[in-house]
Design a binder for this molecule. Structure first.
Ligand code: CA
Length: 497
């Protein structure tokens, strides 16, 4: 009896130590908001990272993070190309609802125009975090407006290092010479890809390969935040592996077995990015912030198979509404909170990052802010399907018609321009090979109708690619709206084929 009692005491003590341990950890976590690092790649293909099964490109640093976190196999972005996708990330809204479904013009004089940028009444994600005491830093590609009022420093970033346009050449020794030649020749308009980089509005003379420079600056931001004892939000927007295809020789030499020229350069560019992430992780560890940093890795749109990318097993390419256009590689890593080695197969959207970060940092929703995405907390902590009966959309305007898609559960409806509507089970059939539209016509009609209803929330674009695009606009919604959603007529046409 006595023995049993002492055993119980020992057991009780052990349990209280365990529970004390977990109780003691909680308040610390509550008082210490998580750091957030978003690593956004540009045009990275679904199959161009080791953790998604790339057959030829190795990404050891990314794989370590992915395999020790949660890999999202059905992650979507809100648009199938750069500018609108990034606008969605920052505003938490579909680009069509903000009037920015087109890329900004890359011509620098037009890009400076006062209306060419994401409307300033849309509060960007970093602004909300900045108000909570976060040190906020944007590194790399901006592409959300080049006029002063759209500058990253005006949109919630304490620090900005990078370039305002839609892309950039990678070797300073080359582009700086091109730029100087054009300035000396009196050029009035200089392409944004060769403009000098800047740091908080001041021109800098970068010397490193751009991907290395951006990795370096992200690591510096982590050090600045640590020194000032502030939580950080870092938006690291690599322009890699977007064109121009330019890689360092030593990075290409990692892939002697790749013979295709474009693929080899592309692989070197991805490898440089992976190296950079490795250095950033090292800095996080050196500053003791690795465990409490949420790292989100994703691409802004699908890979471009004309420029070295591989979206296998997905069909399609950057710019369209096949899965390869807007389903992207993604993982979340957060040792303090997330179990290692999880795979989350339900759909999620880049639109979810805004509400998720607000929730995890306990930041306030900006006044009058509308968000289209969902808080992913339950997906991260409990593996719950957060979309269930809700749809993820994609609409891409072409000249006079649209590519459209909607994903709900395992199912997806899509149409490319004047082709018929199609229905796929994209969980089982990621390559969109087997059209289920004939088998489930009512389901297809219902989903198409849901997309048509959603377009009621669209506003007129603030700019277009051309005057012709503006003329093709209809009902303030989209070009060729009525025909786009005539599912019966198109289905009959398809049946006759
Ligand atoms: Ca892109």
């Amino acid at each position: 009896m006595k023995k049993m009692k002492s055993f119980n005491i020992v057991l009780g003590l052990a349990l209280s130590i365990v529970s004390c341990g977990s109780r003691a950890a909680e308040p610390v976590k509550k008082k210490t908001p998580p750091n957030i690092l978003v690593v956004l790649c540009d045009d990275l293909g679904y199959a161009d990272v080791g953790f998604n099964g790339s057959p030829d490109i190795i990404t050891p640093e990314l794989d370590k993070l992915a395999n020790n976190g949660t890999i999202f196999t059905s992650a979507y972005v809100a648009h199938s190309f750069c500018g609108p996708s990034r606008a969605a990330l920052m505003t938490g809204r579909y680009p069509h609802q903000v009037g920015v479904p087109f890329n900004l013009h890359s011509n620098s004089s037009e890009a400076d125009a006062d209306n060419m940028g994401i409307p300033t009444n849309e509060v960007f994600m970093p602004k909300a975090l900045q108000k909570e005491g976060y040190y906020t830093s944007a590194i790399g590609k901006w592409h959300l407006g080049a006029a002063p009022k759209f500058h990253p420093n005006k949109r919630g970033f304490d620090n900005f290092y990078g370039f305002l346009g839609g892309g950039h050449n990678y070797f300073p020794s080359k582009y700086q010479k091109q730029y100087a030649n054009q300035v000396n020749a009196g050029a009035k308009v200089i392409r944004d890809y060769i403009l000098p980089l800047e740091h908080n509005g001041k021109e800098v003379k970068e010397t490193e390969y751009i991907t290395d420079a951006l990795s370096r600056e992200a690591a510096n931001s982590i050090k600045v935040a640590a020194k000032n004892k502030k939580p950080f939000f870092i938006y690291l927007a690599y322009n890699a592996p977007h064109v121009p295809l330019e890689a360092k020789k030593e990075d290409m030499d990692v892939f002697p077995e790749i013979k295709d020229k474009d693929r080899k350069i592309y692989a070197g560019m991805v490898y440089a990015l992976d190296r950079g992430v490795g250095k950033i992780v090292q800095t996080l560890k050196e500053t003791n912030q690795f465990d409490n940093t949420i790292i989100v890795f994703l691409s802004d749109n699908g890979g471009n198979f004309d420029h070295g990318a591989n979206n296998y097993p997905l069909k399609g390419t950057k710019g369209d509404t096949w899965e390869g256009g807007f389903r992207v590689p993604m993982f979340v890593h957060w040792p303090a909170k997330i179990q290692r080695g999880q795979i989350y197969k339900y759909p999620v959207s880049a639109l979810d990052l805004y509400p998720t970060f607000l929730s995890l940092s306990k930041a306030k929703l900006p006044k009058n802010k509308t968000l289209a995405g969902k808080d992913l907390s339950k997906a991260l902590f409990e593996g719950e399907d957060v979309y269930k009966e809700d749809m993820i959309y994609a609409v891409r305007y072409r000249h006079g018609y649209c590519d459209v898609a909607g994903r709900k559960g395992n199912l997806k409806v899509t149409r490319m321009g004047n082709e018929p509507w199609l229905l796929f089970d994209v969980e089982k059939d990621m390559g969109e090979k087997k059209n289920l539209g004939y088998r489930y016509p009512d389901k297809m009609k219902e989903m198409v109708g849901e997309i048509a209803n959603w377009t009621q929330s669209f506003v007129k674009p603030l700019w277009y690619y051309s005057a012709m695009d503006e003329l093709l606009w209809e009902e303030g919604r989209m070009p060729n709206f009525k025909e786009t959603f005539e599912v019966n007529k198109l289905n009959q046409t398809a049946s006759k084929k």
